[in-house]
Design a protein around this ligand. Structure first.
Ligand code: ATP
Length: 207
């Protein structure tokens, strides 16, 4: 089974990294692919360039076996739609379950994603419980696909929805960007190597 965590990662932080490591262990995954979005279609555009966000990710997962940076969305022109990314990952790995991990905040907006029903054609969706956001009323489409045991995800390659609690870390990239703009120290919210990169490139200094 392969795990996928997409995001803007503007910048990557321990909320992302700890969750990725935990679900890798919980589901016995060979790898978790962290996929930075080039042009996110569902939100305002990132402050840092796609190249810089992927370089920060690479610094963050350096020496972490099984956590990989996948830049396929940066290599594709136009908007980064997750459904296209999953289609491409499915072509690379035709015969094993794909697990798309998203936080509860992202899940609450999922029915606004491009061709959202088709996400489940290519992958299972695992919602990682995130502090500060609870699951709002879930669409009937999802309720019909709910798995109650994580073992169910290994039995088919795609098509199920599962809720997985992870250690709650109330860290967000937005809060980190605001701290840096206010000249506060974001230490211990993200890796030191990423903080050094942000300082060297003078990222997030203005709001
Ligand atoms: P921003 O504050 O800029 O919106 P973010 O911190 O939410 O950014 P994203 O890159 O948008 O980070 O998140 C990518 C994915 O990781 C999303 O599915 C999001 O729900 C999840 N995620 C982000 N932060 C956490 C966290 N602290 N705990 C669990 N999941 C998280």
């Amino acid at each position: 089974m392969i795990g996928i965590l997409g995001g803007t990662f503007d910048p990557v932080h321990y909320g992302h990294l700890r969750a990725a490591l935990e679900v890798k262990t919980i589901f016995g995954l060979a790898e978790v692919r962290l996929i930075p979005s080039a042009t996110p279609p569902h939100r305002e555009q990132p402050a840092a360039s796609a190249l810089m966000r992927s370089q920060m990710l690479a610094l963050a997962v350096n020496n972490q076996p099984g956590l990989l940076v996948d830049t396929r969305e940066l290599d594709r022109p136009g908007a980064s739609y997750m459904v296209d990314t999953l289609h491409s990952l499915r072509q690379d790995s035709p015969n094993q379950p794909l697990l798309l991990f998203i936080g509860t905040d992202a899940f609450n907006h999922l029915t606004g994603w491009h061709r959202w029903r088709h996400l489940l054609d290519y992958a299972h969706i695992v919602v990682m419980t995130r502090p500060g956001s609870t699951v709002q009323k879930s669409d009937g489409f999802f309720n019909a696909r709910l798995a109650y045991e994580k073992q169910e995800l290994a039995q088919t390659n795609a098509g199920k929805l599962f809720f997985q609690p992870v250690t709650p870390l109330d860290i967000s990239a937005t809060a980190i960007r605001h701290m840096i703009a206010e000249k506060q120290n974001p230490g211990f919210l993200l890796p030191d190597a990423v903080i050094e990169y942000i300082q060297q490139n003078r990222l997030y200094e203005t709001r």
